[in-house]
Design a protein around this ligand. Structure first.
Ligand code: SF4
Ligand code: SF4
Length: 219
């Protein structure tokens, strides 16, 4: 929090007590900071969770400050954001599965990765779980409550539809990644189109192939 009078606290030696008087005189002109209590009408904690109370206390103090930094970057604190390289994220949801606070969430019916800054404790589990290694942590305190509580969409894309039955069975990124990784392998290169089919259609396609040419599997 920025104050219009930044020197609210400083150390003085007993020999310099006289220096205190001008400071005390100045402090009389400082605005009164209203204390926060749970009974006050302007402070209604949504939950008693320590983290929620802390943010509400910070917001309460900031509402009385002359000016407020939007974001304060400090290393090694349990507040902050995650950033991802969205080009390389496959929307596999490993990070969502490991996030203990649900700061990271999936997109429900749509392939998407969502993030809420206020809920992130910077534990790093998502970073460790990401198979693509595309997550990085940025420790910071965001003093803007709207930004902090806003659900951000880190990545979103249309689902991949099976080329045979049209059902949605994976994300576009996942199928492209799969083709990139195993498509050139001899076991898949002849049937690369099967990688674009859902599980059921892949099996049907294989059996149709066997019925058409029973010797093919042996060659
Ligand atoms: S750092 Fe921890 S809390 Fe934050 S998004 Fe990743 S797993 Fe969730
Ligand atoms: S774990 Fe990595 S690749 Fe998978 S959804 Fe999360 S950021 Fe994307």
């Amino acid at each position: 929090m920025k104050c219009s009078q930044p020197q609210r606290i400083r150390l003085i030696s007993p020999d310099d007590l006289a220096d205190l008087y001008p400071s005390l005189a100045i402090s009389l002109a400082w605005p009164v900071i209203m204390p926060m209590t749970v009974n006050q009408a302007d402070f209604q904690p949504a939950s008693n969770a320590k983290r929620s109370l802390l943010f509400q206390a910070i917001d309460h103090l900031n509402s009385q400050a002359a000016a407020v930094d939007n974001v304060l970057a400090i290393a090694n604190i349990p507040y902050g954001v995650v950033s991802i390289n969205s080009d390389k994220c496959t929307l596999c949801m490993s990070c969502v599965a490991t996030c203990p606070t649900q700061a990271l969430k999936d997109g429900g019916d749509t392939p998407a990765l969502k993030f809420t800054e206020q809920d992130c404790v910077q534990c790093g589990l998502c970073e460790a779980a990401c198979p693509e290694k595309v997550i990085s942590l940025v420790a910071q305190i965001n003093f803007n409550p709207q930004q902090r509580q806003q659900v951000q969409i880190l990545k979103k894309e249309p689902p991949f539809e099976c080329i045979r039955c049209g059902s949605e069975f994976a994300t576009q990124s996942m199928v492209h990644k799969m083709i990139e990784m195993v498509g050139a392998h001899s076991a898949f290169s002849a049937n690369i189109e099967r990688l674009k089919m859902c599980g059921d259609c892949r099996v049907k396609d294989m059996f149709e192939d066997i019925l058409d040419d029973p010797e093919k599997q042996l060659r």
